[in-house]
Ligand binder design. Structure first.
Ligand SMILES: [Zn+2]
Length: 270
């Protein structure tokens, strides 16, 4: 299976190395939305969507004001997945499935650009998004992103179905066993990773289970600005840290990456 790695939304928060860990303090940080396009047997499968055309056309109108002020998404609709796919010669209807790590605005923003796709999401995450319980959840989940009523495919927690040391792993309806939903709660109530067996081996898109590549090193570290953001956004710190520990134990047979680290994305696209 051929896998394309796209950036579907650049963000430029202030703070340089304090946020993204690359050299230079007096520059905006470079944050991406790492989206996968998988050429599967019966059509395209997206893993996450990044921001949508509407978000990137008018960030100030479509996204919460505190998020826009702090994270500074770049106004560039050509980064939306549907626009990048058009440049590759694909129509929106060619995307048959979308598998989401979670429903935060920077991961589910493009759903409305693919209204016919089946959208696979962990049940606890969909419930959190549709019935947000806190002010934080009302900010991070944008009801406009699913106002078109997607064809949801939901998965409830199970125990005992293990993959590479992770429990509760689910295969996905209508997709081959080369696609797996890997529960990694903590960032949100139903956050997951998505594993894909590509022609060059297993990939694991870890979503926002971690934010910076240095968090996967032994010993781990994290740029301080990103650590603050990560902690502010978590719903369960113990679960998040436990999952990071498990992710650090992943062996070389799985290629691991997160949603927002520009260097991790660059390693796939250079
Ligand atoms: Zn995110």
């Amino acid at each position: 299976m051929r896998v394309h790695h796209l950036n579907c939304g650049s963000m430029r928060p202030l703070g340089g190395t304090l946020v993204d860990g690359s050299p230079g303090l007096f520059r905006p940080a470079n944050i991406v939305c790492h989206v996968l396009v998988v050429e599967a047997d019966d059509g395209l499968v997206l893993v996450d969507t990044g921001f949508g055309v509407a978000d990137l056309t008018n960030p100030r109108t479509n996204l919460p004001a505190p998020f826009v002020a702090l994270v500074r998404p770049v106004r560039d609709p050509s980064q939306a997945a549907v626009r990048q796919l058009a440049a590759l010669g694909y129509a929106p209807g060619d995307v048959r499935h979308i598998v989401l790590t979670h429903l935060d605005l920077d991961h589910a923003g493009g759903l409305a650009d693919f209204p016919d796709a089946r959208v696979h999401v962990y049940g606890p995450e969909l419930r959190a998004a549709l019935t947000p319980a806190t002010r934080g959840e009302r900010q991070r989940y944008r009801q406009a992103h699913w106002a078109h009523e997607p064809k949801w495919e939901t998965y409830e927690p199970v125990s005992g179905s293990a993959w590479m040391g992770f429990d509760g792993v689910r295969e996905l309806a209508g997709l081959s066993s080369d696609f797996l939903l890997v529960p990694l709660a903590g960032h949100t109530r139903g956050h997951c990773g998505v594993a894909i067996q590509s022609s060059s081996g297993w990939l694991l898109h870890a979503g926002d289970a971690y934010f910076n590549r240095a968090e996967m090193q032994n010993p781990p570290s994290c740029p301080p600005g990103m650590r603050v953001f990560e902690t502010l956004m978590q719903v369960d710190g113990d679960a998040r840290r436990g999952n990071q520990e498990r992710l650090r134990g992943i062996t070389g047979e799985v290629r691991l990456f997160s949603a927002h680290d520009a260097e991790e994305l660059h390693a796939f696209t250079e």
